[in-house]
Design a protein around this ligand. Structure first.
Ligand SMILES: *Cc1c(COP(=O)(O)O)cnc(C)c1O
Length: 848
């Protein structure tokens, strides 16, 4: 853990202390500076017995239960606590010297999921733990199932942060992740007659055995108030901020153990607390509710994760969350740096900060403020340190997702930061003038303030201008950054934008999610594949080996049977594991085009009804994903999927040849169950709109064939797996741009495709919603008249690709060869590779 990394000695509380250390503690501190040695706990010499006793001890002394009274959740807590001790041991055993440079990954979201199998696997303790629990009459799988998902994120962006944390620990990159410890993560989704219902998620209801609370690492976070000016010496003016309100950010550390336990990093999550938990005078005066009002207001900041993905709703609480965690993180890392190195001026030599999207973009003025106000740097020096420490990852170019905040709100909530932003912007625009760029259009385009929609601060521009490197997350996305949203800023500094294609951690998405496939790979190409995914390439040689193919197909069959059982348990629908499992799992969003998949399902349904005796390829269409609670159109798409499912699944004429399933509450742990069982991976976004995608990588790695557009990382996946092993259809990004400029393209596309017209007519007629015939008119009307995401235009080519897939599925040898080649050729998409590239080209950290 970083507390251990940052302070090679225990107790960690000493180095983390906010206030001056009382003199009386000096002796304790001196004793603590002696090298740490592992406590001499008794060991039996048998690792299984030791683990069993460790779990029994945790169950009794920490959880307070006996095996007779323990519930599954108690066994989970005891097992997690026993493993956490091993993580601490691994941490102590690793290099404890202060690293030359640390990476700080700031992200408003970490979509972690469960941690138990991750920890066991990376420590090499899966079988030991399984045997220890079996000794106690407990099944490891049941214990794993009792862990709640840490769903502190919405989707791809948050999951990326979690994969990066695991990879940084695995490749030995000293790093701290910073985020918010939300009491309630992403909402729990259920369906009520096919409509999405949201319920609060309660992952902390029974505590979190992985975390260490660090009350000594607490920082004051200010809001509102005013700014004063004082002349500190001849000609030097200092401004200081006097916030009207301060709340406390309290650190909660989750250790992140890397592969083979060689390195342990920390995820430090901030919880918001009130300065004073209760106003005693008011309480004693009888106002029991008013007495805790300020506490309620303060704690609201870390209460819930905002459930919007790829859009912003611009609420004040969201800006408070962003500033809260950014300020706490910067205060923490600056203090650590000064403690270790003495001088804040060298911060950029020893710290690289990555901003995951613009959510922490307020870091630009906040770091400036800390350097100017708390450390007395001159503006130029502070700007030099800031712009050599910060880096920014852009995740989307969709206009509705580009964060801006009204100047008025910023001035009220963060008056000092607004001043700093004005000054940064003034200097930035002056610089343009010095280069002869006086034209208003150019200045308006590069300004940090958007004057055309009220006055708003452009957080993307702010992050861009305050960073040393700015990256996109796939080759296509990075090209589009250079040519569209950031074109004019890019022209000013052409080396600033770099590409870093996303990756996924293979420990979770291959080793843990699919142990059967991992075993097959190890048997075929050797143990080394666990450390070097490049060795997967050796599987290519087995793609047409009948014995290997049979085992690969058997592996998939096993996972499909397991998923079929989950489907029946959760939806009541029986599916045939021999059918093609066609999977689209991701947030519900119009640009991701779940609707294209559903319309194709309707067209296929009509085709089967028209020729019921034809030999159709049996398919199960499997959907999973949440819609933002306020996203009406997305929720209607879910309802359409449910209504189509009801009609299709109940139609005896279709029999088992088409089933439609919507699995509720898509999450990391559900993804881990679905992905190894997928035959086909739907990655069908409108070209140019999906920045990268990472679900596409997880599925291809596990041997699902992709049906996809030339969008995001799909393009690079095609380049790696080979065009003959992927099904590409539809317009590319340039084609989309050209077509969108044509008037009436949906009408022309529908006229040209009777099949599409018939499917839309069927949906619009109320055939799937007889109780409310016009229910889906908002969807069909939009497709007929607007179709912003060019669904109608891509439909026919999508249909063609799907029928090609039907044919391919009927040739098992050919299908499995393609599937195996997908697994064999996906190594490059490991997040270890991504992290090495960031380390090299963005953070300038040398890995040992
Ligand atoms: C990987 C992942 C995502 C991202 O999926 P995309 O298909 O890239 O949008 C979203 N949610 C969960 C739970 C994931 O595991």
């Amino acid at each position: 853990m970083h507390v251990l990394n940052e302070a090679p000695t225990l107790p960690v509380t000493v180095d983390d202390k906010v206030h001056e250390m009382p003199a009386a503690h000096a002796a304790t501190v001196a004793a603590a500076k002696a090298p740490w040695t592992k406590p001499a706990l008794p060991t039996s010499g048998d690792p299984v017995v030791d683990m069993r006793e460790a779990i029994r001890a945790k169950l009794a002394y920490v959880v307070g239960k006996t095996p007779a009274t323990a519930r599954e959740r108690d066994w989970f807590a005891a097992t997690a606590l026993a493993l956490r001790d091993r993580i601490v041991d691994a941490c102590m055993a690793s290099d404890q010297s202060v690293p030359n440079k640390r990476v700080y990954y700031l992200s408003l979201e970490f979509l972690i999921g469960r941690l138990l199998s991750d920890a066991m696997n990376n420590l090499g303790l899966v079988e030991t733990t399984r045997a220890a629990l079996a000794d106690l009459g407990i099944d490891l799988g049941t214990v794993e199932g009792a862990e709640p998902d840490a769903a502190l994120g919405n989707g791809g962006l948050g999951r990326l942060a979690a994969c990066f944390m695991e990879s940084m620990a695995s490749i030995g990159l000293p790093a701290v992740g910073y985020g918010i410890r939300y009491d309630h993560g992403l909402f729990r989704q259920s369906f009520e007659d096919g409509w999405q219902r949201e319920a609060p998620e309660t992952w902390l209801a029974e505590g979190n055995p992985w975390e260490f609370v660090r009350p000594e690492a607490t920082y004051a976070i200010g809001f509102g108030g005013h700014v004063t000016m004082a002349m500190v010496s001849e000609g030097v003016i200092r401004r200081s901020w006097h916030p009207a309100e301060t709340i406390r950010a309290v650190a909660h550390d989750v250790p992140v153990v890397g592969w083979r336990g060689r390195n342990v990093n920390t995820l430090r999550l901030w919880k918001a607390e009130a300065d004073a938990p209760v106003d005693l005078a008011r309480f004693n005066g009888g106002d029991h509710v008013g007495a805790v009002a300020s506490r309620v207001r303060a704690e609201a900041i870390s209460r819930v994760l905002y459930p919007s993905d790829s859009s912003t709703d611009g609420q004040e609480l969201r800006l408070r969350q962003e500033y809260f965690f950014t300020s706490a993180s910067l205060q923490d890392l600056v203090r650590r740096h000064v403690t270790e190195r003495g001088d804040v001026r060298s911060l950029h030599h020893h710290a690289a900060i990555q901003l995951n999207d613009t959510h922490p973009a307020i870091a630009v003025p906040e770091l400036m403020r800390i350097l100017l106000e708390d450390h007395g740097l001159l503006w130029e020096d502070a700007w030099h340190v800031t712009t050599n420490t910060l880096n920014y990852t852009n995740h989307t170019l969709l206009p509705e997702a580009l964060e801006t905040w009204p100047v008025e709100l910023m001035e009220r909530l963060l008056p000092r930061h607004m001043q700093i932003i004005y000054l940064i912007n003034w200097m930035h625009l002056e610089e343009q003038g010095r280069h002869g760029r006086h034209d208003a259009a150019h200045l308006a385009s590069v300004s940090l303030i958007d004057e055309s929609h009220g006055r708003r601060v452009r957080m993307g521009h702010l992050a861009f201008h305050g960073s040393r490197r700015v990256n996109g997350v796939s080759a296509l996305h990075t090209d589009l950054m250079r040519s569209t949203v950031f074109r004019d800023l890019h022209a000013l500094d052409p080396d600033k934008i770099v590409n870093k294609t996303n990756g996924i951690t293979f420990r979770r998405w291959l080793h843990n999610a699919n142990p059967a496939l991992t075993r097959l790979a190890v048997e075929a190409v050797g143990e080394g594949v666990l450390d070097d995914p490049g060795k997967l390439r050796g599987l290519d040689a087995f793609a047409e080996d009948p014995a290997f193919v049979a085992r690969y197909a058997g592996m998939r069959r096993g996972r499909k049977e397991a998923l079929a059982a989950i489907i029946t348990e959760r939806t009541g629908i029986a599916v045939d594991p021999a059918a093609l499992f066609d999977v689209q799992i991701k947030r519900i969003h119009e640009y991701k085009r779940q609707l294209l998949n559903i319309v194709e399902t309707v067209a296929l349904y009509q085709a089967i009804k028209a020729e019921p005796h034809k030999d159709w390829t049996p398919r199960v269409k499997i959907f999973g994903g949440k819609a933002a609670p306020s996203y009406t159109q997305a929720k209607l798409i879910i309802k359409l999927a449910a209504d189509v499912a009801r009609a299709v699944n109940d139609d005896p004429e279709v029999a088992d040849r088409l089933k439609v399933v919507f699995l509720p509450n898509y999450s990391v742990s559900l993804a881990e169950a679905i992905i190894p069982a997928a035959d086909l991976s739907e990655q069908i976004s409108t070209a140019g709109m999906e920045a990268s995608g990472t679900g596409n990588m997880k599925l291809a790695l596990n041997g699902a064939l992709t049906v996809g557009t030339l969008d995001g990382a799909n393009i690079e996946i095609r380049d790696h797996v080979g065009a003959e092993n992927i099904f590409i259809f539809g317009l590319d990004a340039a084609g989309v741009q050209a077509r969108i400029a044509e008037p009436n393209y949906p009408r022309d596309a529908i006229l040209a495709s009777p099949r599409l017209a018939a499917a839309l007519d069927m949906i619009a007629s109320g055939r799937f919603s007889p109780e409310e015939p016009n229910r889906f008119r908002p969807l069909t009307d939009d497709l007929r008249h607007r179709d912003q995401y060019l669904l109608t235009v891509d439909f026919e080519d999508y249909w063609r690709a799907q029928r090609e897939i039907d044919v391919a599925w009927r040739n098992p040898a050919g299908w499995w060869a393609k599937a195996i080649r997908n697994t064999a050729r996906m190594a490059w998409f490991s997040s270890d590779r991504a992290m090495r590239e960031y380390a090299d080209e963005i953070w300038r950290v040398r890995l040992t």
